[in-house]
Design a protein around this ligand. Structure first.
Ligand code: SF4
Length: 281
């Protein structure tokens, strides 16, 4: 027996946007036994599998365009205006679980676009939230995912800067400072979700307290990558796992203290399963 001392971070687990979307899905699943969802409801394969077993049918945009007279859940990431137009044409009833934080960001970007500002969005190409943001600008805004990529572009003197909600706050401010240092006038809108940026600070405090950290997240989760890096920078003995089967004995020493934490898309039940597996080592 390894006699590990294990503790789950009470601040980890679903953010309110994801809790709301899953609650909405479960309510409809209880009523009608199945529900279409446009894209993965959450970037966590284990949770998607659990809900699929309950009747959730994940579809892509192609299948969505062919669908008629059904209920479809819009997940927390939000969607571009074109998705709502298809719903009108195809008589689809949308269960809109777009996160309020994302909706507010969409509105701000739309306002900047209407004022003809040059919009630059720090975000991941092709990410569902970013597609929804771009849609507010008729796909005219510029998306970049790193400083290197941004600097390859010919930049105007004035820049209106936005960020995908789950990007790293420190990177965002580094980008702003760099642009100012290069002579640009920057209207920087820090639109990073506080559910992510506050976790940043909390996780640093949590990660120093243990010999080992097990960070639990789906591999597709953007904030999972950011928050894992925060833990790794704070405690070099941090391991990323997306499911219980990825835990390995050689990650640990007897009597280690182990902290378990995760992303805003990591279900608490999964972290509890990880805890139970570690206690059985
Ligand atoms: S991370 Fe923030 S913006 Fe994204 S779904 Fe959660 S609460 Fe909403």
């Amino acid at each position: 027996m390894y006699n590990l001392q294990v503790q789950i971070d009470s601040n980890s687990g679903f953010c309110f946007g994801v809790i709301y979307a899953i609650q909405m899905a479960e309510d409809i699943l209880d009523e009608q036994g199945y529900l279409y969802c446009l894209g993965d409801i959450v970037h966590n394969d284990e949770e998607v599998e659990r809900l699929t077993r309950r009747g959730l049918r994940i579809i892509g945009h192609e299948e969505y365009r062919e669908l008629h007279n059904e209920h479809v859940l819009i997940r927390a990431h939000g969607e571009p205006p074109a998705t709502y137009q298809v719903a009108l044409q195809n008589n689809l009833h949308l269960i809109d679980a777009s996160c309020p934080v994302v909706l507010k960001l969409q509105n701000r970007i739309k306002t900047s676009y209407d004022k003809k500002e040059p919009i630059y969005i720090y975000g991941k190409h092709g990410h569902a939230e970013v597609v929804g943001l771009l849609g507010q600008t008729q796909n005219q805004a510029v998306v970049f995912q790193s400083i290197a990529e941004l600097l390859q572009k010919e930049l105007p003197r004035n820049i209106t800067l936005y960020s995908q909600t789950t990007k790293s706050t420190s990177n965002f401010y580094n980008i702003k400072d760099l642009l100012i240092a290069r002579g640009h006038t920057v209207e920087a809108n820090d639109t990073i979700c506080r559910q992510v940026s506050n976790r940043d600070k909390d996780l640093r405090k949590f990660a120093v307290k243990f010999n080992k950290i097990v960070f639990v997240s789906g591999t597709k989760s953007s904030n999972g990558k950011v928050l894992y890096q925060v833990c790794k920078d704070t405690n070099v003995n941090t391991y990323f796992v997306s499911k219980v089967e990825e835990l390995k004995l050689d990650m640990f020493q007897p009597n280690d203290s182990v902290g378990i934490c995760g992303a805003t898309s990591t279900p608490m039940w999964l972290m509890e399963n990880v805890r139970d597996a570690l206690l059985a080592f």
